[in-house]
Write a protein that binds this ligand. Structure first.
Ligand code: KIV
Length: 268
């Protein structure tokens, strides 16, 4: 029996009931099918696709066209799962109008149920504008990869008291702006626990310890498919590179030796 797509009220109820929320990224039709079949609560079409799918050095160059393309494929593969699409860098920072238009494209054309955008401060008003246009928004604080250069690189955020306080304030402001959920990336576990307690919306952690309302990991990281770097917070639940390469090598060998196709794989 097909599972039912999670609703935002159900998501909020999961937090209240202390039921952990699961989120995974997926970037194409086949990946989305596998993740939906596994029973995940939410899928994120992350702009991490720039690195995992497109071989880019970071998420910064990812375009709206690329996000739309991948979002459509994921929605087709996981029609019964709540899908969130990332707004890529500079698709929402220039003006609120552009933010609404681009968020609208991901929902109207892409078929996403919600969008995610990075940052507090000036981005709070942007999030509010998108929410007021009728589009559910997930916030993203802590390590925000689109602006990692400004943050001094891919490093844990909120270790110093002033910075931790700023993240707490931003988290509260995003909740007040109407965000239905918040991703917290790479912050000390104590700070993540404090923010999770302080908010009534679900906090989804990645490198933020065990006390968040839920967790998110990147598809390729979970399966051991991405080898450029493996952050400390990643747990690889499988090592699929080797069996995949082995399968390809066996195919190559059988073709070269004339063992494939055999009679069973041919027509009479
Ligand atoms: O792009 C992405 O995959 C993300 C997650 C790491 C939260 O934003």
């Amino acid at each position: 029996m097909a599972k039912e797509k999670l609703t935002i009220p159900q998501l909020l109820a999961m937090k209240q009931q202390g039921r952990k929320i699961t989120m995974l990224t997926a970037y194409d039709y086949g990946q989305a099918q596998l993740v939906e079949e596994a029973g995940v609560d939410m899928i994120l079409v992350g702009d991490s696709l720039g690195m995992t799918m497109l071989g880019l050095p970071s998420t910064v160059p990812v375009t709206m066209a690329e996000m739309l393309h991948h979002t459509k494929a994921v929605v087709r593969g996981a029609p019964n799962t709540f899908v969130i699409a990332d707004l890529p860098f500079l698709s929402y920072q220039v003006s609120r109008e552009e933010a609404i238009r681009n968020a609208g494209l991901l929902v109207k054309e892409g078929g996403a149920d919600a969008v995610k955008l990075e940052g507090g401060g000036a981005m709070v008003a942007v999030a509010q504008a998108v929410v007021q246009a009728g589009i559910p928004v997930q916030g993203h604080l802590g390590l925000t990869p689109q602006t990692a250069t400004q943050l001094g690189g891919y490093r844990v955020q909120g270790k110093e008291a002033a910075q931790a306080q700023a993240i707490v304030q931003d988290a509260k402001a995003l909740e007040e702006a109407g965000c239905f959920s918040l991703v917290l990336e790479c912050v000390p576990m104590g700070l993540a626990a404090e923010i999770t307690r302080a908010l009534s919306i679900p906090v989804i952690g990645i490198g933020a310890g065990p006390d968040c309302d839920g967790q998110v990991l990147v598809y390729h990281d979970v399966l051991g498919l991405f080898r450029r770097f493996v952050p400390r917070f990643v747990k690889q639940y499988a090592q699929l590179r080797e069996p995949i390469i082995n399968a390809f090598q066996t195919y190559i060998q059988e073709v070269r030796e004339g063992r494939f196709p055999d009679e069973a794989h041919s027509f009479k």
